[in-house]
Design a protein around this ligand. Structure first.
Ligand code: NCD
Length: 332
């Protein structure tokens, strides 16, 4: 399937913190093949036939959950969907026991989302401890990480530059602004790792309540790859890509903003603001969007500016690539 000679060695995908450029490139190349598959009339391949993928989403999700489900089905895996409200969790079963129940039914790959950071890692550790051979794919844990989202963002950005041969090298010296609720965002954290590894210049922008000082300490050790701004202008001037983030009301424990209107005035992405970016700037958002808050409605729907639908389409190909890489490395 892939054109690369490298061998995939990871059993789990929990965070992108230690991903190498070679690994990122391998995912990008594999996703290219699957994007081709998804544009055919026959959109299915037998790559994971006989393998069981369990979608264990302990937190609400529309696109990530459907995207993983479709990706697994396109690879011919058997898919089991778990939803906490109708499961034995409501009868007091622990998450590890739920995972072991799926293991006993033959699960090969567990795709896990949880509002608590670290849950996918805890399950992966237990699966390794009992030598189950199960792979865990983190589909978003608390504020910690959302690797598949950052990888589909990387794929989407690289495909704008070279649709046939997306690779990290294309991002060298590109300016990418990440604007919005960074403190609560696992999407931002994962993107920071992958975009920096790829060689992009990453500029974070948010009011101080959503972008605490410790990000600046982190930026200081980043070798000129990460920058922190408490005002938007410097972050987006000459940017090649602007990634916007949702205000995560469900994770806000205090009133961190005076009002949504003021937030939009200070940090909302509008046509006027985008004028200071590169002329061919593109806008990303992981969804769901608070229309008119972090992103003006007309930008969201703008076919030449917005990559939002492209991100969703690419999400299936990238998740197929991830399931394929960890699923096929199992047989060896
Ligand atoms: C993101 C998430 O759940 O972290 N959404 C997604 O996966 N598409 C971002 C968000 O919820 O704002």
């Amino acid at each position: 399937m892939t054109t690369t000679t490298q061998v995939w060695t990871r059993r789990h995908i929990l965070s992108l913190m230690d991903f190498s450029v070679a690994e990122l490139d391998m995912i990008l190349q594999t996703a290219v093949s699957f994007r081709d598959v998804l544009s055919r009339r026959m959109k299915k391949v037998p790559a994971l036939q006989g393998q069981v993928v369990t979608n264990m989403f302990f937190e609400p999700s529309t696109r990530t959950r459907s995207s993983f489900e479709l990706a697994a089905k396109r690879l011919s895996a058997d898919v089991m969907n778990f939803s906490p409200s109708s499961s034995s969790l409501s009868k007091g079963e622990t998450i590890l026991d739920t995972a072991k129940t799926y293991l006993a039914m033959g699960a090969d790959i567990m795709v896990i989302r949880h509002k608590q950071s670290g849950v996918p890692q805890a399950i992966a550790q237990e699966m390794d401890r009992i030598k189950s051979g199960v792979s865990v794919l983190n589909a978003g844990d608390g504020r910690h990480a959302h690797p598949s989202q950052a990888l589909l963002d990387l794929f989407t950005i690289c495909r704008v530059i070279d649709p046939d041969n997306p690779s990290c090298a294309l991002l060298k010296d590109k300016k990418i602004a990440i604007v919005g609720d960074i403190v609560h965002s696992r999407v931002a954290r994962s993107n920071i790792w992958s975009l920096m590894a790829a060689g992009a210049e990453v500029h974070l922008a948010a009011p101080p309540t959503l972008l605490p000082e410790f990000f600046r300490d982190f930026a200081q050790g980043s070798d000129g790859k990460l920058f922190v701004h408490w005002e938007i202008d410097e972050a987006i001037t000459d940017a090649d890509f602007v990634m916007t983030l949702r205000l995560q009301h469900e994770r806000m424990t205090a009133h961190l903003l005076p009002s949504l209107r003021e937030y939009h005035q200070g940090f909302g992405i509008t046509a006027k603001r985008l004028k200071s970016c590169k002329p061919d700037v593109k806008v990303l958002h992981p969804g769901p969007v608070n229309r008119g808050v972090e992103l003006a409605s007309d930008i969201m729907d703008h076919p030449a500016l917005s990559l939002i639908s492209e991100q969703v389409t690419n999400g299936v190909a990238v998740r197929m690539a991830l399931l394929y890489l960890i699923g096929s490395s199992k047989k060896t």
